[in-house]
Design a protein around this ligand. Structure first.
Ligand code: ZN
Length: 194
């Protein structure tokens, strides 16, 4: 499926191809209704509770570029935390190495970040890591092995970047309101509690 066709399916800009979503090429802008519907309708059919929950889980998987198994594993890991499962799930998603590289602005999308990671562009605490799903911890230091220009200028507050832009540190856990997503984690919890 074309990356921006997913934007249309989930009715939100997923930035799977980076800046494509800010151009008119993004399917969400082009045709603002879901595939399978014939043109915009004045009243959209009500989705079932289950349908909404399933869609939200699929949206999260698409947004973060994850397979079913990986995602459900992450969800059960989040469930074991003493904190709220939803908040923990989003935190674990955010702390994936590919997401962090994307949030810093060292890659234009998470897919691009995954490509750089598998090509051994980064070290974590001096060790080369080529696993995009690598789960970062507090105080981990990510270094560029090959020089990468910064793509955007706003780096999340929980990540510290050195002035030379070659090194990043996870300075603290991301708070829920700092996580830039329109995912409704409650729907995902409901999906898995069925
Ligand atoms: Zn798009």
């Amino acid at each position: 499926m074309d990356k921006c066709a997913k934007c249309r399916k989930f009715q939100t800009k997923l930035f799977l191809k980076g800046d494509r979503c800010v151009t008119p090429k993004c399917a969400l802008t082009r045709r603002n209704y879901r595939p399978g519907q014939h043109g915009p309708k004045t009243t959209s059919p009500r989705r079932s509770e289950y349908g909404l929950q399933l869609l939200e889980k699929q949206k999260a998987k698409a947004e973060y570029g994850m397979r079913e198994r990986q995602f459900s594993n992450l969800f059960s890991k989040a469930g074991k935390s003493r904190k709220s499962t939803g908040e923990e799930l989003l935190k674990l998603l955010e702390l994936r190495l590919d997401n962090v590289i994307y949030r810093i602005g060292w890659a234009k999308s998470r897919a691009h970040a995954r490509q750089l990671i598998t090509h051994r562009f980064f070290t974590i605490n001096e060790n080369t890591v080529n696993i995009p799903s690598y789960s970062l911890k507090m105080k981990d230091i990510i270094k560029q092995r090959k020089h990468i220009e910064l793509i955007k200028t706003t780096v999340p507050k929980w990540i510290k970047i050195d002035p030379k832009n070659t090194l990043a540190e996870i300075s603290r856990e991301p708070a829920r309101e700092e996580i830039e997503t329109d995912l409704d984690e409650q729907l995902i919890i409901e999906f898995y509690s069925r």
